[in-house]
Design a protein around this ligand. Structure first.
Ligand code: ADP
Length: 897
């Protein structure tokens, strides 16, 4: 707005004329200057007035536009921003804080701040973390009082006092300093008696606010607008609320005639029928068309007639598309003036959702129930019981499923409501602690453990469905565990067998015993026995001998006490049937043979497995438990059977090795003897042959006398006989070996045979000065046997020949004696005797005491071997007794027949 500039008065310089003095000039200049100043002052005044006028007009414009501008804003937040920004526009060097007021809680909330372009202040907010926007402060009484006056008030105090307890004095002072706080003003925005908002003004740069009336007018105007906005908001909210309610109401109100004609129905039928029916469409139609089931309306009517009204009566309506809608109907009869039922009014409520929920609830309950009863896992719900200190000390069964009953053998009816320590007093505290922590902390747990009380392994999952309760789902894993343990055991055992078997590979015979004992130790330790042993068993005598034994430290060895001891008949019977003797508890045995043997050895449990060879028991391997009782599992027993068989194989192999070695030694010995024999033979045969050839030459040598020739012929004859005897011995032996000797049994009178032999050898004996005598010297009874006389004679001739050969003096006795079944012959001499080392072997072929080098007596070492074979062919036995230097006795006995 322009203000017209006023006309100026005429100046002196324009009225004076003529020449001017210096003074005039000075005065004129002075006047001009004064005039200029005056003019400038006037101009300044004018522009000030103009400025003021502009300012005032602007402010009034603000006040005029305030309502319309604010009301265009959507929300209160916008209004607060607008107030703060507008005030700040007119109040430079001022910080403006706009607060909303909640009269109910007596709090103010800082909504907006304007004028904090001050970067220091921003920094303070950042550093102190003090950003008050959005914060709530208490509305202190003094503030409340002057705010309610609606006047623009200058606060007489500093910021700390103004902010009271809401801002710490340190922060207040810092802010004061930073912004150079000059004055604090405040004003309340109210509508009637309600305080709606409060505005604080902090000025700096020594700014003083003079626009009090403008601010007051502005605030009043703003109050109206805020209040209007608030009312508008409240209306909007309640409108919304009711719209929601309205939209959500799906119940249908209706009126129908008794005959079913629909008189009226609320518009909510549209929502009810999912938009398929409208009110207009239904009015005049019959209710009967809407019922899903025949007869249902009749039932409803009779209920209505009975009570006058019904509440939540369940019916099924059908929608236009045929979909059945379960509903609850509440209705009553309306009567006419004469008291007759005129119409029915009521409401219908759709309960499809509830029905569905109910149905799915029922289904899920059913599903869970059948899961509960059908599941293979045991399920039990419990309540934990704690002692006074709150520690779990027991628990109570609330519910268990059939699988639980099956697994534990406990019946639900017997244990429901009972405590576990009541039902199974030996329950390990471990379980109570574990479950206690599940029930108290709600922490899920999963364990695998053995229950001594039930003798089973369980895999248990425990969780807490609610505080102080826990549920367990568990499966019996005993079988799994056993299978697992057996598998481990079997694999360990296979390892053991491999270890044992390989120990015997290429084992020298000297190491066999030690290795067997080591194997016993391995097996014993494996099955947890304290003693493991092997017995040889002789089925004929029934005797057994402990051959190998391993004992755990501190366990007494029994081997020396168990040599050639009789095995109990019971055990023999079991072993013959290739069965295992197993005694789980020795002390549980009845008094008897077995117990009396085992108990003194301190044996508590025992298992003994027979070692079978070609169907015969040749021994057994046993395991004793002395320290503690041991129950052998089927697998353990089977494994011991395998190991026993392994040992049998080893034993048989060793035996056959021994036989082979013995045979080899024997063959080597035979070989050695045969070499010696051949050496002898060449000597024995050559000697007479040389003699024969030599003397044959001499016999025809004319150099010798006739007498000498006769001697030579004698020598030839003797050597020839000698050779013949050697050759016939060899022939005999060959025949015997080839089995070509025939036995021809005839009656033999033994005394006669002996007498004839005495007669035959008397001369030869007496030649050596030896007495040859018979025993008995004069036999009375004749002894008649049935045998091969030639063979008997051959044996006796050999004996007598040897006796004469090896006896220098003394006597030789030919003796006989008889028993009921046998006749016994002996040829006893007082000769050189035979060293004891030869006694066992003298009947073997080529066996002689003297060696080739010390030959004195001659002979070929075949006589006794032939004799032995002949006696055995006759069904008899041969033996000798002899002492070096004293003499020998060679004997044989043959059956009478
Ligand atoms: P030979 O007598 O031909 O050597 P034998 O088989 O008859 O063969 O005897 C074997 C060995 O037995 C003899 O070499 C001898 O060492 C010993 N012997 C046999 N009979 C007697 C005996 N009566 N007295 C001492 N030694 C004997």
């Amino acid at each position: 707005m322009h203000k017209k500039v006023e006309d100026q008065p005429e100046s002196n310089i324009f009225v004076k004329s003529g020449s001017l003095t210096e003074d005039d000039y000075i005065r004129i200049i002075h006047d001009l200057e004064a005039h200029q100043v005056q003019l400038e002052m006037q101009i300044g005044k004018l522009s000030l007035q103009e400025e003021n006028a502009v300012r005032v007009s602007e402010r009034f414009k603000v006040l005029r536009d305030l309502s319309s501008e604010i009301l265009d804003l959507h929300d209160l937040d916008g209004i607060y921003s607008y107030i703060a920004a507008t005030l700040h526009k007119y109040l430079p060097d001022t910080i403006i804080l706009v607060h909303s007021v909640d009269e109910e809680t007596k709090t103010v909330r800082l909504e907006k701040i304007a004028g904090i372009g001050n970067k220091f202040l921003n920094q303070v907010f950042q550093v102190s973390g003090f950003n008050p926007t959005g914060k709530k402060f208490k509305l202190i009484n003094t503030h409340d009082m002057y705010l309610r006056s609606g006047d623009f008030i200058e606060f007489q105090g500093n910021l700390a006092e103004f902010a009271a307890s809401d801002v710490s004095p340190v922060i207040a002072r810092t802010i004061e300093k930073l912004i150079g706080l000059h004055k604090i003003y405040t004003i309340g925005i109210k509508k009637e008696e309600h305080l709606l908002a409060a505005i604080h003004f902090f000025t700096f740069n020594n700014r003083v606010i003079y626009d009090r009336s403008f601010i007051e007018a502005f605030v009043k105007q703003a109050g109206i607008v805020i209040q209007k906005k608030m009312a508008e908001n409240a209306l909007k909210a309640s409108e919304e609320k009711y719209r929601n309610i309205f939209e959500n109401v799906q119940d249908v109100y209706y009126e129908s005639a008794i005959d079913g004609t629909i008189l009226d129905v609320s518009p909510s039928i549209k929502a009810f029928s999912k938009g398929l029916y409208t009110r207009e469409e239904l009015v005049g139609k019959s209710m009967y068309d809407l019922y899903a089931n025949d007869g249902e309306r009749e039932s409803l009517l009779s209920a209505l007639r009975e009570n006058g009204e019904i509440l939540d009566y369940e019916i099924f309506l059908k929608n236009k598309d045929g979909l059945v809608i379960p509903c609850l109907v509440s209705s009553k009869l309306v009567f006419d003036a004469s008291g007759r039922p005129k119409k029915i009014v009521g409401s219908v409520h759709n309960i499809t959702k509830r029905k569905n929920t109910e149905e799915s609830l029922r289904e899920s309950e059913e599903r869970y129930r059948s899961l509960f009863t059908e599941m293979h896992e045991g399920f039990a719900l419990h309540e934990i019981i704690c002692d006074e200190s709150g520690r779990p000390c027991d628990y109570r069964f609330l519910e268990v499923n059939p699988a639980f009953e099956k697994m534990t053998g406990l019946r639900a009816d017997d244990i429901r409501g009972k405590r576990i320590l009541e039902v199974l007093p030996s329950t390990e505290s471990y379980w109570i602690d574990t479950y206690g922590s599940v029930a108290l902390t709600g922490q899920f747990t999963e364990v695998e453990n053995y229950s001594e009380a039930l003798g089973k392994y369980f895999h248990v999952v425990a969780f807490s469905p609610m505080k102080n309760q826990f549920a367990t789902v568990f499966s019996d894993i005993t079988e799994n565990r056993q299978v697992q343990e057996q598998l481990i055991m079997q694999s360990k055992f296979r390892q053991l067998l491999i270890e044992i078997s390989s120990a015997f590979i290429n084992l020298s015979l000297e190491d066999v015993d030690a290795t067997i004992i080591q194997s016993l130790e391995l097996m014993g330790k494996f099955v947890g026995a304290d003693r493991a042993y092997i017995f040889d068993f002789d089925d004929k005598s029934g005797l057994c001998t402990n051959t190998h034994e391993w004992c755990e430290d501190g366990i007494e060895a029994q081997k020396d006490n168990l040599q050639n001891v009789p095995l109990s008949h019971e055990w023999i019977g079991t072993f013959r049937g290739a069965e295992v003797v197993y005694i789980d508890d020795v002390l549980a045995l009845q008094a008897g043979e077995t117990r009396s043997v085992l108990e003194p050895q301190g044996i508590k449990s025992l298992v003994a497995v027979p070692m079978m060879d070609k169907g015969f028991c040749i021994g057994f391997i046993g395991f004793d438990s002395v320290k503690q009782h041991h129950t052998y599992s089927v697998t353990e027993k089977q494994l011991l059977i395998v190991s026993a068989q392994l040992l049998v194989n080893i034993k048989l192999r060793i035996q056959s090795d021994e036989i082979i070695i013995a045979a080899k030694e024997k063959a080597e010995e035979n070989d050695r003897l045969k070499s010696a024999f051949l050496a002898n033979m060449s000597h024995e045969i050559r000697t007479p042959l040389n003699a024969i050839i030599g003397f044959a030459e001499l016999v025809v040598d004319p150099y010798f006398e006739e007498e000498q020739h006769a001697e030579f012929a004698q020598m030839i004859s003797e050597s020839g006989n000698n050779l013949l005897s050697i050759i016939s011995d060899i022939m005999d032996l060959s025949k015997i070996e080839a089995g070509q000797i025939d036995i021809q049994k005839r009656k033999v009178e033994v005394n006669q045979l002996m007498a004839s032999l005495k007669k035959e050898f008397s001369h030869k004996a007496s030649q050596k000065g030896i007495e040859l005598r018979l025993s008995p010297s004069n036999p009375k009874d004749e002894i008649l046997i049935e045998s091969d006389e030639t063979k008997i004679r051959q044996v006796l001739v050999n004996f007598i020949g040897n006796s004469i050969k090896f006896t220098e003096n003394g006597f030789i006795e030919l003796g006989i004696s008889r028993t009921d079944t046998h006749v016994q012959f002996h040829v006893k001499d007082t000769g050189i005797g035979i060293p004891e080392a030869y006694h066992d072997k003298i009947f073997e072929r080529f066996r002689q005491v003297e060696t080739a080098h010390t030959r004195k007596y001659g002979g070929n070492g075949l006589g006794l071997a032939i004799s032995k074979s002949l006696v055995e062919l006759l069904g008899g036995t041969i033996w000798m007794e002899s002492e070096v230097g004293k003499g020998s006795s060679f004997n044989f006995s043959i059956p009478l027949k």
